[in-house]
Design a binder for this molecule. Structure first.
Ligand SMILES: Nc1ncnc2c1ncn2[C@@H]1O[C@H](COP(=O)(O)OP(=O)(O)OP(=O)(O)O)[C@@H](O)[C@H]1O
Length: 251
């Protein structure tokens, strides 16, 4: 098998005294979509956040083990957090556009990441197209992003991540606040993005995992119980807990 694009090796994490991740070993393949599933509180978001160092500033956090992007240790002393976040983008549960125009929402990230002014316009247009938003907003790019619908705001946040040309996109329940139609659009978009990016998505929606993910990882109480192709996890799980969870016997 190919070397994973992104991996965790022996990751354990504590919030104060409480251990939330327990010796996590997992690899995510390049240009594939992997869903992280498991009951509430099992550590999915915490794991996702390890990959772009979102816990760095949280008081009382202790982390052991390693995370790698290709062969590079994400937590090495020589690594700049901003550089890692440029290569590993993140989209959150609730769309969080800046209080700026649609255009500026994307322009701002490009600017602070040092992208030259003459390259920015092209990247903004392209990322809006890649995020299936261009057709809806091309004539109102200077409208406040807050005036977009929830689904459009989430696509804008994806455009903002994509504009920086990351290698990996982490998504933490990106559709949980959206209606079925907006969810369908985002799912279509995620499947499309797979051609260029490695995607890891936390979801509570079992149908969604089956619709979009190549691979699925089942977590329970801070551990990975099973990781396999999505059809195997849903139809042929080797672990009893996985099978019970995906068939809705507990949640
Ligand atoms: N900043 C924090 N400080 C202390 N405990 C935390 C913090 N963030 C998360 N936790 C705890 O870590 C555990 C794992 O939380 P996490 O959000 O990773 O779970 P999850 O599987 O993503 O849950 P959900 O599906 O409900 O979002 C929970 O018990 C949670 O209360």
């Amino acid at each position: 098998m190919q070397q994973p694009k992104l991996s965790a090796r022996g990751i354990s994490l504590w919030f104060g005294e409480k251990q939330v991740l327990k010796d996590i070993d997992i690899g995510f393949q390049d240009r594939q979509i992997t869903a992280l599933i498991g009951p509430s509180g099992c550590g999915k978001s915490t794991l996702l956040r390890c990959f772009n160092r979102m816990h760095d500033r949280t008081p009382g956090v202790r982390l052991s083990g390693h995370c790698y992007l290709d062969q590079e240790d994400i937590y090495a002393k020589s690594v700049f957090v901003a550089a890692i976040r440029r290569r590993i983008g993140m989209v959150f549960q609730k769309a969080n556009p800046f209080a700026k125009s649609i255009y500026e929402n994307i322009n701002y990230g490009l600017k602070i990441n040092g992208v030259q002014e003459n390259q920015r316009h092209e990247l903004i247009v392209q990322s809006l197209k890649e995020s299936f938003l261009w057709d809806e907003v091309q004539h109102e790019l200077h409208k406040p992003a807050a005036q977009l619908s929830g689904g459009q705001q989430q696509r804008l946040c994806i455009a903002r991540a994509v504009a920086l040309r990351p290698e990996v996109i982490l998504m933490d329940e990106p559709c949980s606040a959206l209606d079925p139609l907006s969810t369908a659009k985002i799912e279509e978009l995620i499947k499309n993005l797979k051609a260029d990016y490695t995607i890891v998505i936390v979801t509570h929606n079992m149908q969604q995992a089956q619709r979009i993910a190549d691979n699925t990882v089942f977590m329970y109480m801070g551990r990975i119980i099973e990781a396999d192709t999505t059809p195997n996890i849903f139809n042929n799980a080797t672990n009893e807990l996985t099978s019970s969870y995906v068939h809705g016997k507990f949640g």
